[in-house]
Design a protein around this ligand. Sequence first.
Ligand code: FPP
Length: 267
Amino acid sequence: MSLEKVIDNKINDLLMKIDKQKVPEHIAIIMDGNGRWATKKGLPRSYGHNKGVSVLKEIIKASKKLGCKTLTVYAFSTENWTRPTKEVDFLINLFNKVLKNEIEEIHEESTKIKFIGDLSPFPKNLKEIISSSESLTKNNNKFLFNVCVNYGGRQEIVKAAKQLALKSSAGEIKPSEINEELFNSQLLTRGIKDPELLIRTSGEKRVSNFLLWQLAYSEIYISDVLWPDFNEFEFLKAIIDYQSRNRRFGGIESLPNESFQDSGYSS
Ligand code: FPP
C-alpha cells in the first residue's frame, strides 16, 4: 500500500470518530514552532515559516471539510516586532506573497478574509493588499478566515475600554449601561462568535496575549507537534479530544437540587 493510501486510511479512521453535529463552529489557532522546526533541521527560520503556510492551507481545507465555519490564526503578535528586522521583513513579505497568490482561490471558495489587529505600522503595499482582499471577499459567506496581525489581546481590551470611556464622557452612553454585550461590541472581533476551541502547537502551554476576552470559555488543546509538522491528522485528533470534553461553562451537569449535601465547614 502506498504511503499516501496509509495516511488517507488513518485520516478516514479519525473522521469516522467525529460527530459532525458537534464540530466547533469557530476554531482559533496559535501556530507555534516554525523557527524551532527549521533550526532542528539545520535550516534558516524562514523555511519554517514557508512550510507553515502550506500547513495553514491544509488546515483551512480540513476545517471546511468538517463543517467548521470560522478559523482565526495568530500570524503576528504585537511582541513579534522584537524579532530581528530581517525576520520581521521576511514575515511581512510572506503575508504579501501569500495574499497575492491565494486571494483568487480564497474568493472562489466563498471565503471571507478578515485581518484583526493594528495594521497602521505595516508598509503601504501590505495595507493595500489587505484592504483589497477584505473588500473583494466581504460578501462571501461559506467560511470566515481571520488573520490576527500586530494583534494583542490586552491592547484590544484597553482600546475597547477607552472607546467606551469616550462615549460615556460624550454623553452617548451611561457607565451603568456598560455590560458584556456592549464591551464585546467594541472589540475587533465584534459580530464573530467566540471560539469553542483553541489549538496551540509546539507544546507551549500559554495563551500569549491571544484573544484574551474571546477565549474565556474555550477549550484548549495543546499539540506537541511543531506547526510545520502539523497536518489534517493532528487537527482531527484535536477535534476528537474536544468532543470528548464536557463543556459545563462553570455549571455542573443537571442534578436534582436535593442531591446536594452540605458537609459542613470547620477551620
Ligand atoms: C510562529 O512560529 C509563527 C509565526 C510567528 C508566523 C506564522 C505565519 C505564517 C504561517 C504565515 C501565515 C500567512 C498568512 C497570510 C495568514 P515561531 O517563529 O514563533 O516559532 P518558534 O517558537 O519555534 O521560534
